[in-house]
Design a protein around this ligand. Structure first.
Ligand code: SF4
Length: 454
């Protein structure tokens, strides 16, 4: 299908082809699902939220809910204030959420609806909440929308009472429910009292019970979000995605923060564990040390297969940086490191990693698309690709394996239950990468070279 992608790279400013991102509201909707009994609400026309729900449903294989202000021609001209007020009343009456999290869309941003004012004019039932964030889709990406929604919860709800709750506030960044479960497991093991925002575990990785629950038990509670202002400090995981929310909490409630990369691979997970250790002052328990040792053992075992392999990595900025770090630790050569999300931090962070590992001539680019990545690969091929489903046709055209990691993965199952973070996540990454390389070898080598024991 993509066999005719031209080698010659032409600078493009006004066109993205296979963009390696989606629009801000999709991320805002996902973040809102990580709050207990929250109904995400899209302030725009119905098509937007239908698309975002479908997109998230395809990745998580779970029904994703979200309501809409259902803009018509009239609201597009005169503003959607009355639509939103009617929507909030109907939603509380019919669907009974505890909180509605509103995000904007291209349309409502362009006409300039002032959501803050509209919400103050609403008749909100006692004990219920409406919060909002702005998510203009012509800027940033779904990652930006995710960050904006998390900061929106902080700006509306967090407060400082003056009495510390002794907790660590954790902004985990964009992850799968499996990642959020892994964070909670490690923080429990490290005896760190915490509140984490958001948390989609227990919401989008529920067990089959035979009964549909519109609001599963999971998600950060409103009381926990309110209490973030009384935390001792906050920890932002994934600098581009989470630091702005930590800054918002510091501005509002004076909570100091620490921002570190997503704990993917050995070095970044060590950093995470040591940060937790500094908070709790507890020894690192044996089970965590053992997991680390197991991962190191696996990395040594698979090194002959991963060493020197050229890899193209693409997806969301913090996830791509985490995967890149792990590939470097496996002795691989990250030849192309690409994100569709804009931001200057990405390139600087990736370049620092390459320099540390002595890798030269890598192409690192933010706000890039997958058509560009394919052109780079036409000029200098790689052995393997790592990223979401949208690279599938490129991998097929080039006849190389694609390891699915990040967002979105819409043509495979189970991934959202499994962590990529922590030492356990490293084990999963190692397994996916080495097995893809060995499968490729099995199916492409000459008959005489097929071995039972590799
Ligand atoms: S890009 Fe704009 S119009 Fe399209 S789905 Fe996103 S918010 Fe809606």
């Amino acid at each position: 299908m993509l066999n005719y992608t031209p080698k010659e790279v032409v600078e493009r400013e006004a066109l993205k082809i296979n963009p390696c991102k989606t629009c801000q509201p999709a991320g805002a909707l996902y973040a809102a699902l990580g709050v207990n009994r929250c109904l995400p609400h899209s302030h725009g026309s119905q098509g937007c939220v239908a698309f975002h729900r479908m997109f998230l449903t395809r990745h998580f294989k779970e029904p994703v809910m979200g309501s809409s202000s259902s803009f018509t021609e009239g609201s597009s001209v005169f503003g959607g204030g009355s639509n939103l007020k009617t929507a909030a009343k109907n939603i509380f009456d019919l669907y009974d959420p505890r909180i509605i999290a509103v995000h904007t869309t291209c349309l409502s941003e362009t006409i300039g609806d002032d959501l803050g004012s509209i919400i103050t004019e609403m008749d909100i039932p006692e004990g219920k909440y409406v919060v909002h964030c702005n998510t203009p889709s012509y800027k940033g990406s779904h990652v930006t929308g995710f960050t904006n929604m998390v900061s929106g919860f902080v700006n509306y709800l967090s407060r400082k009472t003056g009495t510390s709750n002794g907790k660590l506030c954790v902004f985990p960044g964009w992850g799968n429910p499996g990642d959020y479960r892994e964070y909670k497991k490690l923080m429990k093991a490290m005896k760190v009292p915490f509140s984490m925002l958001p948390d989609t575990s227990g919401v989008l990785d529920g067990a089959m019970t035979g009964k549909y629950e519109m609001y599963p038990d999971g998600g950060t509670t409103i009381e926990e979000i309110e209490g973030l202002g009384d935390c001792i400090s906050s920890l932002a995981l994934g600098i581009q995605t989470s630091e702005p929310s930590a800054v918002a909490l510091k501005k509002k409630c004076g909570v100091d923060y620490n921002a570190i990369p997503l704990p993917m691979g050995i070095e970044n997970t060590d950093k995470f564990i040591m940060t937790l250790q500094q908070f709790s002052k507890e020894d690192v328990p044996f089970e965590v040390e053992e997991e680390r040792g197991q991962l190191v053992d696996m990395m040594v075992d698979i090194h002959p297969y991963t060493y020197g392999k050229k890899v193209a990595i693409y997806g969301d900025p913090d996830t791509v940086l985490g995967i890149t770090q792990f590939c470097l630790e496996l002795g691989m050569i990250p030849k192309y490191v690409i994100t569709g999300t804009p931001g200057v931090q990405f390139k600087a962070a990736a370049e620092a990693m390459m320099e540390k590992f002595g890798i030269e001539d890598s192409v690192i680019k933010a706000e890039a698309d997958l058509f560009y990545l394919h052109q780079l690969m036409k000029n200098e091929p790689v052995d393997i690709m790592i990223g979401g489903t949208h690279g599938k046709h490129i991998a097929r055209a080039e006849g190389i394996p694609l390891v699915r990691m990040g967002f979105p993965v819409i043509d495979r199952y189970i991934h959202s239950y499994m962590p990529l973070v922590g030492y356990k996540g490293g084990m999963r990454m190692a397994e996916l990468i080495v097995n893809a390389i060995m499968d490729y070898q099995d199916s492409h080598c000459e008959e005489k070279d097929v071995e039972m024991v590799m």
